[in-house]
Design a binder for this molecule. Structure first.
Ligand SMILES: [Zn+2]
Length: 155
């Protein structure tokens, strides 16, 4: 099948195949806070970037892999306020935007830093520097399993 952008992509036929595809595409990490699924007891969500209540589709172009915390805090939000400019901006869209264009890690890799209005607003809206995540990142960094390599590659 051909996507809207013209590139060929795999179109999963079942819910299970869709989930496997979304996990693989995300390198097994939450596409917002970069938490790794394989170190979590809870199954991460395949979430709708544009929520279904706003007519978001089930297409793989509208799906993202999300830890339960990010999914919970995102809920049906699509916009948030940039704490710097105070402007309302669209939340980060993992299908349309590169993570590294909007986010970076603090020097000790425990906190996410927003480089753009979108990045800053998304960090606040999804509470991506919540205490649990900062503690987990600290421990994972000591074990050399954080940050994920794909969060360090500049787009
Ligand atoms: Zn997350």
């Amino acid at each position: 099948m051909v996507s809207k952008k013209g590139a060929m992509y795999f179109e999963p036929k079942t819910k299970a195949a869709t989930r496997r595809y979304v996990i693989e595409r995300a390198n097994g990490c939450c596409e917002y806070c970069m938490s790794p699924q394989n170190y979590s007891e809870a199954y991460f969500a395949v979430e709708h970037i544009i929520p279904k209540v706003f007519d978001g589709k089930d297409d793989i172009d509208n799906l993202a892999f999300s830890c339960l915390g990010c999914n919970w805090h995102k809920a049906v939000k699509t916009v948030a306020i940039d704490p710097l400019s105070k402007e309302t901006v669209a939340l980060f869209n993992p299908r349309a935007q590169a993570w590294t264009s909007h986010f970076a890690w603090s020097e000790d890799f425990t906190e996410m830093i927003g480089h753009t209005p979108c990045g800053r607003a998304t960090i606040i809206a999804l509470k991506m520097n919540r205490e649990f995540l900062k503690n987990q990142r600290l421990a994972f960094a000591k074990l050399k399993i954080h940050p994920p390599k794909h969060s360090l590659i500049t787009a």
